[in-house]
Design a protein around this ligand. Sequence first.
Ligand SMILES: Cc1ncc(COP(=O)(O)O)c(C=O)c1O
Length: 561
Amino acid sequence: MMTSIVGLVVCAVLVFALQRALVRLQLSRAKHRSLAGHSRMARRFASVVPFYEYDEAHFFRADAAPEPVAAARRAGFMRLAGVFRQRYAQTAELTEEMVADVSDLQFTSRYRVPFQFSRFVREHLRPGAFLASSSGVTVTDMDGNRFYDLTGSYGVNVFGYDFYKECIARGSERVRDLGPVLGAYHPVVAYNVRRLLEISGLEEVSFHMSGTEAVMQAVRLARYNTGRSHLVRFCGAYHGWWGDVQPGVGNPIAARETYTLKDLDPAALRVLGSRRDIACVLVNPLQALHPNVNAPGDSTLLDSGRRAHFDRAAYTAWLKELREVCTRRGIVLIFDEVFVGFRLAAGGAQQYFGVRADMVTYGKTVAGGLPVGVLCGLGKFMRRYREERPADVCFARGTFNAHPYVMGSMFEFLKRLEEQSIQEIYHRLDAVWNSRAGTLNERLAAAGLPVRVANLSSIWTICYVQASRYNWMFQYYLREAGLALSWVGTGRLIFSLNYSDEDFTAVSNALVAAATAMQADGWWWASPQLTNKSIRRNVLKEMIQARCLSPMGSMSSPRSK
Ligand SMILES: Cc1ncc(COP(=O)(O)O)c(C=O)c1O
């Protein structure tokens, strides 16, 4: 009798242990094999990458190109440096004066190109961080240079800067009598709420100061209302800078209640279908352009491995599967539309992909050019207190939420969204932007240039089709050709929807001219030995050497700022 009880207990323990092991294995299988899929490993790897940099000779021959090629690159670089010095003199000077005092400027100026090249580039090619004015699809710097704007102001600029200037001016006028009174609402809020509920198809709204805050609120409420601890995000997806949604590099501590799963993969669905601790799934539909990959920036352009391609049918099918498993398991499905909302369709990604979420975050453009975050959700997930347990509340309020000036500008934005002219823009959106990308790619291919573009509507990424260590140089040729990029360079070009065909042709001409100049200067020198794999291998070797043997041969040891 006694032995059979012991046997039963042992059996139960074994079954339990096996079950746990299986659940753990399921989670491991649902992680992307890249470092982006393994947050802890990525942070550990980042902490051991040593600083080293190329001296001047190695700077131009990091791919072991022949000396004449290096000489052509040097000549091209110094010519560009001369152009930058002259053309952007005042803008660069003002930036120089500020850089030591503004930590953000220090960061962005340092991380424009891979760190091995960064100091030399900073010394010679200073794009400047100031602008004096905007008009149409252009911005003008302190020296009077006009650029076609491809920064899109981080995605805020959907309809053109003049549109937002009007929203802000008219919105300010509308709320002027109340002024900056906080706590109570200005009556424009009533219209904003009604329109946001119509657009989102959801039941309640909360206002915040930024997209990051709206995401924080969404996750906090999902945890509170499901009683579960964990959030799921997909590999590579950006959801703002809050620690729980940024578990990898960039966050000094581990995010312990976050699962980072593979996008577009049945293994992730299996995890969602079996675990009991998942409160919500965060989806950033921008990842449809580059699933499982971090937002592209030129500082990580070590080789030409950057890939991007948008498959609308595949992504739609994926969202439908996610919807199904979330409904079945009582998991809150959150679409983070801070970036893509109002850019893909009037009803945002929900409308574009034909899938409904339980919560949706908006931000960037929705306050007509002023800072904001918005959360819309089903009532049952937005609740912040419990009738039956009055002391158990979910507290999240902010001083500036629903600021009258922000609400005024949002009112103007949402009103204008109803206009026929805006609706027409939305109707033609995919046809216009896909055809523009296609035409540009044909031109680039016909000219024998190793550059292509990939797009999700008006959000573009530049890809490189031939192995090279110098693709990051392209951003400087583009600037010389009159195109303004954000600090992530060719990783992200954002067009506003007021680009006419003529404007777009001018941008295409500039892009082709810039690539032609860069090619002529030898940066895209090719050899059969030079492959993405060989580049990565060499960089890894350099890192190992730098860790073991610093200072070494053609590289120098760390320098101070
Ligand atoms: C999808 C997404 N979510 C959240 C955020 C964070 O928004 P904010 O920068 O306003 O805090 C961003 C910002 O780029 C974003 O793209």
